[in-house]
Design a binder for this molecule. Structure first.
Ligand code: S3P
Length: 167
């Protein structure tokens, strides 16, 4: 693989940020969290953006920010859980690197998101299951699939490193 970016895809709570930080450190690449970049640029939290402007506005910011980040190289990018649903985002990603889906079981996703208030789309377990079902066909479009199971973030980062085989 060229030194293009690695994009971590997956549902809320899949571990994109914690795995991404470790993967970037193994590669000595830059780690970028797409949501944090959006928050910096907007000067507001993701929750505030959703509450004050609505989801379509957030998705526009997400698309614009991804487009900007895609011009970089040697970056590990943790996407937000909904970013890979958009065709344009998938095209941006395919043109600038490789996508890796962190496929985590529902129980893991739920236990990591419950009791945390930063995620506007996290409500109940039932709604989370429905959203995951809608999104699975899109996550499956990622180039590489990695089962999260009980693996630690360190193990997953090493596994991804082997799978992407960056020279
Ligand atoms: C979202 C996931 C969040 C964030 C926003 C919307 C989603 O990111 O982008 O709240 O649509 O699943 P994480 O997956 O990092 O929680």
């Amino acid at each position: 693989m060229k030194r293009d970016n690695i994009y971590l895809v997956g549902f809320m709570g899949a571990g994109k940020t914690s795995v991404g930080i470790r993967l970037a450190s193994l590669l000595q690449w830059t780690f970028i969290d797409l949501d944090q970049e959006i928050e910096k640029r907007a000067g507001r939290s993701i929750r505030e953006i959703f509450e004050q402007e609505g989801e379509p506005y957030f998705r526009r910011l997400e698309r614009d920010e991804l487009q900007r980040l895609s011009l970089r190289q040697e970056a590990v990018v943790a996407l937000g859980g909904g970013a890979f649903m958009d065709d344009r985002n998938r095209a941006t990603i395919a043109g600038s690197g490789i996508s890796v889906w962190l496929d985590a079981p529902m129980d893991t996703l739920y236990s990591r998101c419950a009791g945390e208030h930063s995620r506007p789309l996290f409500t109940s377990r039932e709604e989370m299951e429905q959203l995951l079902t809608l999104r699975l066909p899109f996550y499956r479009l990622a180039s590489i699939h990695v089962a999260v199971d009980d693996f630690s973030a360190d193990d997953l980062a090493s596994k991804i490193l082997r799978l992407v085989a960056v020279d």
